[in-house]
Design a protein around this ligand. Sequence first.
Ligand code: NAP
Ligand code: F7E
Length: 351
Amino acid sequence: MKKKKSALITGVTGQDGAYLAKFLLDKGYAVFGTYRRLSTPNFWRLQYLDIFDRVKLIPADLVDSTSIVEALMISEPDEVYHLAAQSFVGASFEQPVGAGEITGLGVPRMLEAIRSINPRIRFYQASTSELYGNSNTGVQTEETPFRPASPYSAAKLYGYWITRIYREGYGMFACNGILFNHESPLRGLEFVTRKISNAVAKIALGIEKELRLGNMEAQRDWGYAPEYVESMWLMLQQDKPDDYVIATNETHSVAEFARRAFATAGLDWEKYTRVDERFLRPIDVNFLRGDYTKAKEKLGWRPKVTFERLVEIMVKEDLERWGRWQQGKTFPWDAPSYPTEAGILTRALRV
Ligand code: NAP
Ligand code: F7E
């Protein structure tokens, strides 16, 4: 009998890890996922998607090469999706060494382990539109020069190049997905879209009074996460490894996202939103817009969910969650235990 295809996802407890696990399980893969041995592990997304019992979980940390080798030996994967990272740009200014150690050096730790255990394993690296930084070139393609603007993106730049170096130097099947921002109801609360949808729901239900944001002029190319994980899989099914931009080719400001999110709940955003300098970054990326022509032509991938629909999906889901919570129903999601941001003390973000 033909063996089931097997995939190892690092960072399976994150937004993309959870959606990708579901996608691969639906395709008939045996799915293994690494998670961190925290005092209280973070499995709410897998529970939310109802796949917690179907993913085979392996403890591993990117700073610990032995645990990476162990994860590869246990899972014997055909494909590795390397999604684990310290992915919040703001936090990378607070912990720049950690960004380099985890998000940067984690990549060669993965690649070296694969090269010595089984160099035929196909490898996906979670690269990012943050690589472009403020390159000020208008629309970004695979050919646009990179100019990182945070410790996070500097670490990701290293990951991007080391992936290419293993591809070109050792002939490994290693791809970079240069994914632009992608969001969903499973997005972490640190990120601006989910911070907004969560606050809108709480304000609409009388649980909270206002929303404090940083740079509202920043513009992003926002897509829908479940669609983006499919592109990762498509990249690893091609005849040759390559790098691809995955985006919507549409840009909106943080203010536009907030205006539309409040409007979805029948509220006027200006009444509830304030600028708070604590959420400004030492440097910010002002404008991102990705040209996904190559992915469309070579992978047959294109985005389907519009910006308007994305905002609606996120706000409606947070409204439902908080509505259920008010009725005393419990649910495996993160929001109730998230600290008030005013209580988070950081050095880098304090002005
Ligand atoms: P996410 O929700 O923050 O998930 C990150 C995952 O990495 C979590 O499972 C986290 O585990 C794990 N992790 C963090 N530090 C680790 C360590 N030291 N060792 C092992 N695992 C560790 O991020 P995401 O939005 O799903 O993004 C997935 C990947 O794509 C990331 O590499 C991100 O940088 C990249 N990316 C994201 C976007 C986007 O818009 N979402 C765009 C481009 C690229 P815990 O649950 O224990 O924290
Ligand atoms: O910020 C501005 C902020 O944190 C978006 C990660 O997944 O996508 C993500 O990185 C913009 C920035 O995402 C607040 O200054 C204003 O200009 O949601 P974000 P990000 O930094 O774009 C890329 C592609 C990744 O690779 C990353 O892993 O919104 N902004 N006010 C704010 N941002 C936050 N977080 N909080 C605010 O209050």
